[in-house]
Design a binder for this molecule. Structure first.
Ligand code: ADP
Length: 402
């Protein structure tokens, strides 16, 4: 028996969706609303006999909030010309990507009024995304009442970290009073690619030591020992860890006070700089897009070259520490925009891991873009894999549990 599931990924001003037929995991429709609240546009694609057809391409629409966007989406999905559903009753369940589960949930949950109260309480931990996620859930409750809804969280896959990995060595009240600790993000992606890696390697996940490298605009690594996350690079917020498109990653926390005093800025202003004006864009103001930086690097731009080498070094630092912490590593898995499509990033990282860990990347096999592949040599002590992530499908699979 097949079910149609609507998966919603609501960002602060965007909303992505996919309609799946499960358990076949066939994508019937997908798309995105961008710039919700201002100059909103809508892109909508459907499956026609196995081909993806773009029916709406950045069509301007009136959507002042997520409720409006979901109203337009449901009309479009049931429309004769643009739809893939007979009626709204065809939707068996809705899965929402939700940013933060705090310490309240350790897995995806079926949404109930009690769960909604908890999600609202977690807003301070994700002030930009959590309200958008909640707005998406509320809109669906209103527009398709009675349809079961599930929340798949970015943080829960990391909930297996031991306390000595997730606590910060600051006065304990930070944790007991404010739940300040490492949570980690991109959990849905780390979970998906770890499961796919196990399938690819033909071994149970419970027998593998993996490091998954989700390198996109946002970037994080996870150490996954026998199917459970034991450490990850993002922290209380997604700012921590690797340098990213616009985020600085780990820095000496005293830098914040230093800049505040030197530039006469508030903590919030410096926080904004660290989140939005650092990383790639902090060194190469023209763009935060990895392709633009690689092109600039090839033309001899020293700043682009430096930040790319800084990012690779940091990836290597974490892979090395996770290797030691897990007592070995069976596979290093690259995923997300850069991880899947930048052979150069994979090569630079793996070359630096060669001497210490016997990781041998195969330069020819490494020429893959966005497809599942093993890119290490047979003699490599650690398998290096490229596995395209699919967070929406992971959420759709979790919904099937309910
Ligand atoms: P996010 O979901 O965090 O916004 P993505 O996973 O989509 O990010 O990754 C976006 C990043 O992937 C961008 O920096 C983009 O430049 C990079 N990227 C996409 N394609 C390529 C490519 N062919 N080569 C190098 N980088 C690429």
């Amino acid at each position: 028996m097949s079910f149609k599931e609507l998966i919603i990924n609501a960002g602060s001003s965007s909303l992505k969706y996919q309609v799946f037929e499960m358990p076949e995991a066939k994508v019937l429709a997908k798309g995105i609303f961008e710039q919700i609240g201002t100059a909103c546009t809508f892109t909508h694609k459907v499956d026609k006999d196995g081909e993806e057809v773009k029916l709406l391409d950045k069509k301007p629409v009136e959507a002042k909030d997520h409720h409006d966007a979901i109203t337009i989406l449901l009309e479009t999905l049931t429309d004769k010309e643009t739809g893939v559903l007979e009626s709204m009753a065809d939707i068996s369940a809705v899965g929402h990507r939700v940013l933060h589960a705090g310490e309240v949930f350790d897995d995806s949950v079926l949404i109930t009024p009690e769960v909604m109260v908890e999600l609202e309480k977690l807003i301070p931990l994700g002030p930009l995304h959590q309200p958008a996620n909640i707005a998406g859930i509320k809109a669906c409750e209103e527009l398709i009442p009675g349809v079961p809804q599930d929340a798949g969280f970015d943080t829960t896959f990391h909930s297996t970290m031991p306390d000595y990995a997730y606590r910060y060595a600051i006065p304990k009240e930070a944790y007991t009073k404010w739940q300040i600790r490492k949570y980690g993000f991109h959990g849905t992606s780390h979970k998906f690619v770890s499961q796919e890696a196990a399938k690819f390697l033909g071994k149970p996940l419970e027998e593998l030591k993996l490091v998954t490298a989700h390198i996109g605009n946002g970037a994080s690594l996870a150490a996954i020992k026998y199917g459970k996350v034991v450490d990850t690079t993002m922290g209380l917020t997604p700012l921590d860890g690797l340098p990213m498109g616009t985020r600085c990653g780990t820095i000496d926390p005293a830098i914040i006070d230093f800049i505040c005093r030197k530039e006469n800025l508030t903590v919030q202003e410096v926080n904004n700089i660290l989140n939005k004006k650092s990383g790639y864009i902090g060194f190469y103001p023209e763009s935060s897009d990895a392709r633009a930086l690689r092109a600039a690097q090839a033309e001899g731009n020293k700043k682009a070259d430096l930040i790319l080498r800084m990012q690779s070094k940091k990836i290597v630092d974490y892979v090395g520490s996770f290797y030691a912490y897990m007592g070995g590593m069976d596979a290093l898995v690259f995923t997300a925009g850069i991880g899947e499509k930048s052979p150069q990033t994979r090569f630079n990282v793996c070359e630096r891991l060669k001497e210490a860990f016997g990781i041998e990347i195969d330069a020819e096999k490494n020429q893959v873009w966005g497809e599942t592949a093993i890119v290490s040599k047979p003699t490599s002590k650690v398998a290096v894999l490229v596995i395209p992530t699919n967070e929406e499908l992971m959420i759709a699979r979790e919904v099937m549990k309910f």
